[in-house]
Design a protein around this ligand. Structure first.
Ligand code: MN
Length: 242
């Protein structure tokens, strides 16, 4: 077992909650079975894959996103446990903050671990086997931990589709290429970046900025206005009058 801590304390330590609208981390009791995938345009684009287990969201960052092709092993770097509330977050983490960038709710649903095994145990041993009932990720999947390379601090895993009715050997990157809107708000990344943050606690009561759009239409993406700039010399060429 790598000794790297990937728990909720790590999650809280990495964030300045006076600056980001992400929820503060806490571990909740209960045996939920939700899963969520958040497309995250941070310094590098990735898909955050999260499984609810033991009161938190066990989390991995998948740089290429999932594929329906059972021949594709998708690298999934384990990240710190996230609070359950995080599973409804869609919006923008301020620039300069940890994970700064736009977050889209890309998929969500229920996960069903292999009933013959205890996922709380097998995750520590480095493997998980489950069925997903999402809008986009469906059917049987496996995850397994790789041996970290010498000096590598992170925990590399693989995410892989198992052959079943939902598998597609020709999928390649089609799943991530074709699914480019939020499963909850229908917004594109650009619309989320220019719009309001949306998140609500999924455990009793409403919190945070729950944005409601009045019309069914998303606002247009923000366009940076072109402003005049003072310069010392006139521009070259004949197309100027001064
Ligand atoms: Mn992320």
């Amino acid at each position: 077992m790598p000794d790297r801590k990937l728990d909720i304390d790590t999650y809280n330590r990495k964030r300045d909650f006076s600056k980001t609208k992400e929820p503060k981390g806490r571990r909740l009791k209960g045996k939920g079975d939700s899963f969520v995938v958040q497309k995250h345009a941070a310094s590098r684009l990735h898909w955050d894959f999260r499984l609810e287990l033991d009161g938190v969201l066990k989390s991995w960052a998948v740089p290429k996103g999932p594929s329906l092709d059972p021949g594709e092993n998708r690298l999934a770097m384990r990240t710190e446990d996230h609070p359950l509330d995080y599973g409804t977050f869609e919006g923008t983490i301020p620039k300069g903050e940890y994970g700064g960038g736009t977050v889209m709710l890309w998929d969500r649903g229920r996960w069903i671990p292999d009933p013959r095994k205890d996922p709380s145990k097998t995750i520590e041993e480095g493997h998980l086997h489950f069925i997903l009932e999402g809008d986009r990720m469906k059917g049987e999947w496996v995850m397994f931990r790789l041996k970290p390379r010498p000096g590598e601090k992170a925990e590399p895993w693989m995410l892989k589709k198992v052959t079943d009715d939902f598998a597609d050997e020709a999928d390649g990157d089609a799943l991530v290429d074709n699914c480019v809107t939020s499963v909850t708000t229908g917004r594109t990344m650009a619309e989320i970046a220019s719009g309001e943050d949306v998140w609500r606690s999924n455990r009793g009561g409403q919190k945070g900025g729950r944005a409601k759009r009045k019309s069914g239409k998303a606002p247009p993406p923000f366009v940076e206005p072109q402003l005049a700039t003072l310069v010392d010399d006139v521009p070259p060429g004949d197309s100027w009058i001064h």
